[in-house]
Design a protein around this ligand. Sequence first.
Ligand code: SF4
Length: 310
Amino acid sequence: MPVTEPTAVRRSLLAWLETDLGFGLEEIRRLDPIRPATSTEPAPRADATPAPPPPRAAEPPSPRTPPAPDPAETARTSSPAAAPARASGFRPRVGPLAERLGSPEKRAALDTLDAEVAGCTLCKLSRGRTLAVPGEGNVDADLMFVGEGPGADEDRSGRPFVGRAGELLTKIVEAMGFSRETVFIANIVKCRPPGNRDPEPDETASCFPFLERQLEIVEPKVICTLGLPATRKLLDIRGGISAVRGRKFAFRGIPLIPTFHPAYLLRNPAGKKQVWSDVQTVARLVEERGGVVPFPERLARNTGGAAGGA
Ligand code: SF4
């Protein structure tokens, strides 16, 4: 029978609420109004690649051309502007690919991806490269490092992080208790930007699906981004790298901790202390999530030495 009297409506509503409370529901949220469907709106695809974010007008320079330590930026570390970091608009897929693949299949999937990258001409960076640099490492790595793009040494060799900054990253990795063979190292663009400039938004948008696939295949337990461009590509953040480094975020449910790029440390060795603090957090997080730190005694030995082996 339709309820029309105000008192009857109130009684009916109270009974309804009592039922919900009995099921443990303690909160009622107001829903957004339902929009009528229009024939011009296609249904969202589960595997659709999201539109790239609009270019930012005034991004701070990347660690490749790092600014002098900025007291104002350091002060922003605790400012509200740095706080609302959240995962960007990428939609999780239905179950991680890695759950369905053994190591040989994962290796084969990465080999296929590497071959695609080697012949890729999706963006203008293909025109200036010597070799594409897809990334490398353990297909079952618990830890993945993500930088911004190859430099001159990487462009010549086809391998990520092999120049001076790469040697420093290797030392950091080993001081953490890992080795390069036990982690995975990749970049957000796979071809060298000319003059080591930052990758441009159209380039990162074209290349990002390769990194997405690497993350799906390897399915690391923890991601460590190196520098601001990589961090901003994976997270929707405001503020500089100083404001977010060492803090725990997530990308598609995978814990993510940003830190400075090793190239920045070459110019600003004082930052090693902060990086050492950040990567200790990363190593602990890998262990907490059931991952393996192959040489825990190295981490123990280096803990307490401010900059560790970095
Ligand atoms: S940077 Fe990425 S998208 Fe651009 S050509 Fe190289 S592999 Fe392709």
